[in-house]
Write a protein that binds this ligand. Sequence first.
Ligand SMILES: Nc1ncnc2c1ncn2[C@@H]1O[C@H](COP(=O)(O)OP(=O)(O)OP(=O)(O)O)[C@@H](O)[C@H]1O
Ligand SMILES: [Mg+2]
Length: 348
Amino acid sequence: MPNKDAILSFEDLEIHFTLRGQILRAIRGVSLDVARGEALAIVGESGSGKSVFTKSAMGLLDANGSIAGGHIWYDGKDLAAYRTEKEWLTIRGKEIAMVMQDPMTSLNPLKTVGDQILEAVLLHQGLRGEAARQAVLEALAAVGIDDAPRRYRQYPHEFSGGMRQRVVIAIAVACRPKILICDEPTTALDVTIQAQILDLIKQLQKKLDLTTIYITHDLGVVANVADRIAVMYAGDIVEVGRCEEVFYDPKHPYTWALLSSLPQLGVKGQELYSIKGTPPNLFQEVKGDAFAPRNPRALNIDFVERPPFFEVSPTHKARTWLLDPRAPKVEPPELIRHLRQQGGSRHV
Ligand SMILES: Nc1ncnc2c1ncn2[C@@H]1O[C@H](COP(=O)(O)OP(=O)(O)OP(=O)(O)O)[C@@H](O)[C@H]1O
Ligand SMILES: [Mg+2]
């Protein structure tokens, strides 16, 4: 049953892709509650399933993919049971909107920016004529685009990358969604612009009372935006907690590895840590803890049985046998112990 406090609730979600007659298990029984009004970050390596997981809540899986089990609860409805475009159009854009990595692919190069925002305003805000035009100008201003009347008539190619991403965000929020999913919205942008876009999303979240899900493979980026972090590995969420819990008291060896590879934590003159090995092949059955083969501290049981979630605090849990009371004491790497000592006194 759905959790009443959650705006969106994934329950035992399974997503499969069929490729040349073989089945790839992209999401392997994942449960996650997204709380109303929160900013949640989903982090993990490339291919871990971040995009597939969130796209499933908008009916945007590729044609060879399907929800093979579980539920996606939203507003009392199970979206996992949706089959038709007609059903999805009641959700997509309207209730849950997404900002993708590359703004150029989400914008129509042949239409002015103003007209593209106008479409969303006409469709979702029920405004017409001059009132609709005003709403577009306000939307442009709200995402920090100056000189809105002139910008209204321009085409996407006349905008810089950062400005285009602002337009995409303006379109998304013009639909008045309750949930905004940002899938790597800043990876194509340089660092200063990245920070500005993050700030913008944060501002809009407050102003419009949005719930945001923020996808990135860069843990460093989320420290300033998210209330909570979910760490994804090989189609599973292996740790979830409040930002400071995951940063300063991480429990899963994969989270240790991910944090250790943060450039911000690197020691000058020493080579930056990188996670050895590759993620498992999801065409094959994954035994035990999927990270075990890459984990120098793996226990025997990690290769045999999939760990359950162990609770660290009411808001923090991790899927690792290290948290089993019977487990031997395994110290995290020095870098992680060091973080813990700092205990929140420093921003990552
Ligand atoms: N249409 C598809 N057919 C087959 N496999 C797919 C398809 N789409 C995604 N996958 C697989 O599903 C898994 C998860 O992919 P996903 O795109 O969600 O990763 P991601 O975490 O978003 O990675 P990135 O950080 O690179 O965006 C990967 O193994 C990917 O190869
Ligand atoms: Mg992705």
